[in-house]
Every structure is written in structure tokens, then in C-alpha cells.
Design a protein around this ligand. Structure first.
Ligand code: ADP
Ligand code: ZN
Length: 747
């Protein structure tokens, strides 16, 4: 057996390590790294990725042949494979599974490359009267029509043909009879609403110019250059990205722009679309699978040169990638919280370094990790201190609820009104002037807990260790973690006492505004009301068209929206995120508040931000008042240094979950004691924290434990983590362990 015909493969299954197979002589030297093949694996077949020739194994093991090639050109380009190899190693996730994460839906499965999908898809729509006109003598036609009516009157022809074989022809016959209409729909139309015709501003502001100049220098010179573009809200960061992307394109190279959530940033997408048209490929999960695949293939083939997408777009096959932008780089959504637990912002820098590309991290409130890099000179700092057209930053004022709310305890059942007197007065003024208001409260539902007035017991989810939220619109109590829903109990199930609905959510804000301002046109924007991307976009655009006066919402309204009519932003309760048991709670609070506040005063009229709080002296809130992000980050960084938290250390969280509380706890203890035995000498500064129940100690009937490792470098942490990995096969099967490198929230 010649070793030339042995090759090593990563398997698209959750298994570690490379596997050796025989390949046909004809393929030797023809397979390229990353190429997808089908291999026998155990008793089944599996998707596998070619890695390279393999040496002959030490003993003559029975090696199997691959089944066949799935493609003649690798789906993944070499530079993406290099990034995936890094990600697999850094995040300790199997390489084959990591590669699958990078692929669009059609390619992550063990099948041949789908044929390039056509640009239009055909839909059949039942016309009025179709039901009555159902042809009795033609059972095939009757069946197709019945299907169509059953699914709501409209479905893609492909779907009907899949459900009822042979019905493509049948649908055509129905169309000739005038019972059905066939409609061609361009693929990508679900994005059409994001096209806008915004003009390219003639002149950049001085600060924009200076920033663009620096970035263009870096693009011209080549080589890895990371920048932090720290610009206040409304300072025109997007225009900087656009100019830099133009430059990359004019050099015949490509750009990649990562944004937190596409559905929440239609304006940014719209600007890229109107500037670059079909050169832009969108990558996010709101697209139909075929759309995603088509965009992905357009990039791979070089027909599209700019990718705009959410975190997974970090793996987009952009050709000759020269520029990587991460907008709102501090946003927690760049961290994936399952499977490959990567942070796309961090991988953006890795990819830029590997390629010798320019990286631009943009934010009004950079993460402390990024700020620290900028302070140490690892990233070049570019600042936009002023808003475009020198519009003033909104004036911030605090409403101290401790002073606003004391009142005689007359009606226990009712909490004090959510809108304080000063906020109501300000709203009245703004609405009278025909301007718009945003009210922000980061909790959905009506009441965040339902509690017994006699015994104090709160209504909790049986499967999760959390309180149930009362939802007025569905008149149900819901668990926000597992989706459990139940009718609202009238009495306490322990003692029969009356139940109070306490703790405000967005629904209650809407109810109160409606009572207080009956003439105002109000909408609520949260995950309950924005159930589809279309839904969300239509709400955002009707607010932008000023068909609404007041928008009440959760953090969904905080993102980069540009609503020139908004002159007042009120934070209903700033304290909600302060109390979260996480070392980043203060940072997140300030980021969110600045982000929401930044929605005010972006048009011709100056804006105001009013913040209701019980903690006016807390760091984030007092810094918000003085627009003092600098001061906040300086003090917060000192605190992090003193406690040895990132960016002054590296963290790895071991998350242990299981249905059986005792076994799970036991597994956590076993793992921790193994880790303790493998800690490096104390001088290396590695600390082991835990095992401890996670702050959310039970979700969906699964008990959750955490062990935290903290140390100066990843290297210093590797021995104890390896001890965990080696011990995994010995653990009870019912216990699941995840290794979370550079974790986000520690909940
Ligand atoms: P940021 O992302 O920093 O919050 P945006 O990029 O949304 O800011 O810009 C705010 C507004 O200013 C947008 O409406 C944008 O079109 C406009 N704008 C940006 N740059 C310029 C410029 N140089 N001249 C005129 N308008 C500009
Ligand atoms: Zn639950």
C-alpha cells in the first residue's frame, strides 16, 4: 500500500482529531484542502473535509476508502480554512464541525453541491372562487388545489410539487382554468425593503476625512492594521465604512462588514445596497436558505465583492478580502453561545491578521477589551467626537425615582405609575410639537413577576429557576427561558392568597402611555410584537415615516436606527441590567443607555434623554449624565485590573448541565478536582473558581453548574482544560459539558 493514497480528513461530526482514509489513485494530488467528500463512518456515511496526505498508520489498520467526492473545487477557500483551523483550536471545537458552521445550509450536509439556484422562484396562488370551482373530474388538480388552500392559499411551486409529485404540470392546468395564478418572485425580495436611495454625501466632516485617510493609507500599504473607530452616535461612522469599502473595491479587492443584527439595522444595509447594488451579498439567518446559498456562491465566485452580515458572516468567502469592518463591535450578539462558541469580533482580527488586511472596529461605546488594546497602541485610535452637521449630543437628565415616587401606601395592588411627572411633562411638550418619543425598558411582557400578597411566594416556572412573566396581550404567564405558558392563576397555589402583578414590562408602559396620551399613536417593539423580519421592518419604517408618535421597546430599539423625528428618549428604569450578576454588568448598562440615548436629536431639532432610576449615583448612570465614557472606562478598567478580569486576564468557563441535579453536581465536582490537580504552579497566576451553580441554576429542567478558570494567558489555562477534555468520556452520559473560551455573560 503506497502512503500516497492515504489522506487525512476532518469529519463533519462532533468528533475530535483527523481521520485517515484511502483515496483512489486518480484523486491523489487532485484533492484540495477543504474539499468535501463522503466517507464511511461507523455504520453510516458522513461529510468529511480533505486536509492533506496522511502518513501510513503505525500498524496495518484496516483503512477504508472514501465513498466519493462531493465537489471538484473546495467550497471553502484556503483563507477561510486557515481561520477555521484557528477557531477550532482556540475554541476547542472539532475541526469538521467547525467547518460545517462556516458553510451555508445546502453545503453543510453530506450532499453534492446544489446547482446554482435560479434568481426567481415560482409561487402558486389560489384565486378567489378556486374552492368552488374545484374540478371534480380531475383528482390530481383537486389535490393540488386542496393542498394550496390548506396552506393558506399560496405556496411555492416547488413545495407543492414536493408534497404532491407531478403537480407542477397540474398547477399549470389549474392556471389555465383560471383557478390558480403562478407568480414569479425574485429571490432576495425579502430584502427589497432595505434598498434606499440615499445620496452619497458630497463632503465628509473633518473628522471623517481624517479617519478615512488613515484607513485608506493602511489599505494602500497592505499588511495587518487594526483600527478602533470610536465615534459618538450620529457621527457618521457608516459613511466611513462606505468610503473604505469603495476604496477596497476600486483596488479590485473585497470587504466584509459585520453588524449585530441585520433586521435591526436595515438602514445600514440600505446604505450599502444603494451605494454598491448587486456587489453586496447579505448573510443572515432571516433569509431563505436558497437566498443565503445564492449570496454565498456569489461571493465565492467573485460576483459579489462585499459581504454584509451577522456574526457567522465572519466565515464568508469574500475574494481578495482587504477590509473587515465590525460595526458596534461591543455588541454581545457577536458571541455565539452554542456549539462553536466563537466571538466574531475577535475572529475578525484573527482573519485580518492572517490575510494582512485592514480591520476597523467601530462603536460609540467600545468594549473595554478593545479600548485597552487601543490604549496600549495595539489598535490605532480614530475618533469622531462630533455629530454630523455639528448637531449637539442630546442633553441627559436623571429622574431620581426615590424622590419622585414616595407616596402613601393606599393601593397596594398598584405600583406607582411608570411615567414620572417630569417624564410625562416632557412627553406632552414633545408630542405637542409633533415630534416623536422613544421609551426604553429592557423587559418584555406586562409584569415581570406575579407574587402572593399573603405569603410572598412568586409564580415560578417548574422547569426553570426563574419567575414567570405576565403577558397582557395573550393573558398568560410565560417563562422567557423555556416558553412554558399557562393561564394566569387567580390565587396563590400555596396559600390561596390574592396575587399581585409587579415589575413592569413594555406592555405596561404601552398601557400607561395610552391612558395618559389617548391621542398618541403608539407601537411596541420587542420580541413578542416583532415576530418576523418583515413585521419588524414595517414597524421601524412606519416610525421613520412618522406614522407613529411613541415607540416603546426593549433593546431592539437601541441599535443604529436613525429617526430624525425623535427628540425625546426616556429610559423607564435604568436599573434593570445593573443588578445582573456579571462582571460586565456596569459596562453593558452604560453601552445600552448610550446607545438608546443616541437615538435622540439626530434630525434638525436637538434631543433630550431622561433616565428614571433608583441608583443615580451608580457609575454607569452618573457617567451617562456627563457623557463621560472616558472617565467610566478608565475607572472600570482599574476595577477589572484589580480583580484580574478581562481584558487583564483570560477566562474559560466550563459549563456543566444535566437533568439529574445530583449527578450534575457530582460531575461538576469531579471536573473541578481534576482541574485543580492540573493547575500550573501558583506563580503563573491561574485561579480556579467553582464549581458553583450557575446564576440561572436551572433551565428547561436541566441543572446548570459552572467552573471558571482565570489566568494571564490562554496557554497558562491549557493544562486544566485538557484535564477536563480527557475526563469527558468518563462522565455520566446524561451530563453535558461545554468549554466556553472567552465567555460572554456568565449566566
Ligand atoms: P453613526 O453610525 O455614527 O451613528 P450614521 O453613519 O448613522 O452615524 O450617520 C448619521 C447621519 O448623518 C446619517 O443620516 C448619515 O446619512 C448622515 N451623514 C453621515 N456623514 C455625512 C456627511 N459627511 N455629510 C452629511 N451627512 C452625513
Ligand atoms: Zn421555564
Amino acid at each position: 500500500m503506497s502512503s500516497a493514497s492515504l489522506a487525512s480528513f476532518a469529519i463533519g461530526r462532533p468528533v475530535h482529531g483527523a481521520f485517515t482514509y484511502r483515496i483512489p489513485e486518480a484523486l491523489v494530488g487532485r484533492l484540495a484542502p477543504g474539499q468535501r467528500v463522503l466517507v464511511p463512518f461507523g455504520r453510516t456515511t458522513a461529510l468529511a473535509f480533505y486536509l492533506g496526505p496522511a502518513p501510513a498508520p503505525p500498524q496495518q489498520a484496516e483503512l477504508r476508502h472514501i465513498e466519493r467526492e462531493l465537489e471538484t473545487e473546495p467550497a471553502l477557500p484556503a483563507d477561510v480554512i486557515a481561520l477555521l483551523r484557528f477557531a477550532s483550536k482556540h475554541y476547542r471545537y472539532p475541526l469538521g464541525e467547525t467547518m460545517r458552521v462556516a458553510l451555508p445550509p445546502g453545503l453543510a450536509e453530506p450532499h453534492e453541491l446544489p446547482r446554482p439556484s435560479p434568481a426567481v422562484e415560482y409561487f402558486a396562488r389560489a384565486l378567489p372562487g378556486a374552492e368552488a370551482g374545484t374540478p371534480k373530474q380531475a383528482p390530481a388538480q383537486a389535490a393540488a388545489l386542496a393542498y394550496l388552500l390548506a396552506v393558506g392559499g399560496r405556496a411555492s411551486v416547488a413545495e407543492v410539487a414536493h408534497a404532491i409529485p407531478g403537480s407542477r404540470e397540474t398547477l399549470r392546468k389549474l392556471a389555465r382554468r383560471g383557478l390558480v395564478q403562478i407568480e414569479a418572485e425574485e429571490i432576495g425580495t425579502s430584502e427589497r425593503h432595505t434598498w434606499s436611495n440615499e445620496a452619497r454625501p458630497e463632503e465628509l466632516t473633518g473628522e471623517q476625512q481624517a479617519a478615512v485617510k488613515k484607513i485608506l493609507e493602511a489599505l494602500g500599504a497592505g499588511g495587518f492594521r487594526p483600527f478602533l473607530l470610536h465615534g459618538v452616535t450620529g457621527s457618521g461612522k457608516t459613511e466611513v465604512y462606505l468610503r473604505c469599502a469603495e476604496a477596497a473595491l476600486s483596488q479590485g479587492r473585497g470587504a466584509l462588514v459585520l453588524v449585530p443584527e441585520i433586521a435591526l439595522t436595515p438602514q445600514l444595509v440600505g446604505r450599502f445596497r444603494s451605494r454598491f447594488g448587486p456587489q453586496v451579498a447579505l448573510l443572515h439567518s432571516g433569509l431563505k436558505e436558497r437566498e443565503r446559498l445564492r449570496y454565498w456562491q456569489a461571493l465565492r465566485q467573485g460576483n459579489a465583492r462585499i459581504a454584509v452580515g451577522v456574526r457567522s458572516a465572519i466565515f464568508a468567502p469574500v475574494q481578495k478580502l482587504a477590509l473587515i469592518v465590525v460595526d458596534e463591535e461591543h455588541d454581545p450578539s457577536f458571541k455565539q453561545e452554542e456549539k462553536l462558541r466563537y466571538n466574531a469580533r475577535d475572529l475578525a482580527l484573527v482573519r485580518a491578521r492572517q490575510l494582512g488586511a485592514t480591520a476597523v472596529l467601530g462603536s460609540a461605546t467600545p468594549s473595554l477589551e478593545t479600548l485597552q488594546h487601543a490604549r496600549r497602541g495595539k489598535y490605532e485610535l480614530l475618533q469622531l467626537r462630533a455629530r454630523v452637521d455639528d448637531r449637539p449630543l442630546p442633553e441627559v437628565s436623571i429622574v431620581d425615582l426615590r424622590l419622585e415616587r414616595p407616596r402613601p401606601l393606599v393601593q397596594v395592588e398598584e405600583e406607582p405609575p411608570l411615567l414620572s411627572a417630569p417624564v410625562s411633562a416632557a412627553m406632552q411638550e414633545v408630542l405637542d410639537r409633533g415630534q416623536q418619543v422613544i421609551l426604553f425598558l429592557n423587559r418584555r411582557g406586562h409584569s415581570t413577576f406575579v407574587v402572593c400578597e399573603i405569603c410572598g411566594a412568586s409564580q415560578r416556572c417548574d422547569a426553570c429557576d426563574v419567575c414567570l412573566t405576565y403577558h397582557l396581550s395573550s393573558n398568560r404567564v410565560l417563562c422567557h427561558y423555556c416558553g412554558y405558558a399557562a393561564r394566569v392563576p387567580t390565587r396563590c397555589r400555596d396559600c390561596g392568597g390574592a396575587l399581585l402583578k409587579l415589575g413592569a414590562g413594555t406592555e405596561r408602559v404601552v398601557a400607561e402611555v395610552a391612558t395618559r396620551f389617548p391621542a398618541a399613536r403608539i407601537a411596541r417593539l420587542d420580541r413578542d410584537s416583532a415576530t418576523t423580519p418583515e413585521n419588524l421592518t414595517s414597524m421601524l419604517s412606519s416610525f421613520a415615516r412618522r406614522e407613529l408618535d411613541v415607540l416603546v421597546g426593549t433593546q431592539m430599539i437601541a441599535k443604529g436606527h436613525d429617526f430624525p423625528g425623535v427628540t425625546l428618549v426616556c429610559v423607564i428604569l435604568a436599573d434593570t441590567s445593573l443588578a445582573i450578576p456579571d462582571f460586565r454588568a456596569a459596562e453593558r448598562t452604560l453601552q445600552l443607555l448610550m446607545q438608546v440615548g443616541g437615538r435622540a436629536g439626530r434630525g434638525g431639532d436637538p434631543g433630550r434623554v431622561m433616565v428614571q432610576t433608583y441608583n443615580p449615583e451608580s457609575q454607569p448612570i452618573s457617567c451617562l449624565l456627563s457623557h463621560d465614557f472616558e472617565g467610566f472606562s478608565r475607572r472600570e478598567l482599574e476595577r477589572r485590573r484589580a480583580l484580574a478580569y478581562p481584558p487583564f486576564s483570560r477566562l474559560i468557563a466550563i459549563r456543566i448541565e444535566g437533568a439529574d441535579p445530583l449527578r450534575t453536581a457530582e460531575a461538576a465536582r469531579q471536573l473541578a478536582s481534576r482541574m485543580a490537580r492540573h493547575l500550573p504552579p501558583a506563580s503563573r497566576g491561574v485561579r480556579l473558581l467553582g464549581p458553583a451553580p450557575a446564576p440561572l441554576s436551572r433551565i428547561k429542567n436541566r441543572t446548570r453548574w459552572q467552573i471558571l478558570l482565570k489566568g494571564p494567558t490562554h496557554d497558562a489555562l491549557s493544562a486544566p482544560v485538557r484535564a477536563v477534555e480527557e475526563h469527558l468520556p468518563a462522565l455520566a452520559r446524561s451530563v453535558r459539558v461545554a468549554i466556553d473560551v472567552d465567555p460572554g455573560a456568565l449566566l
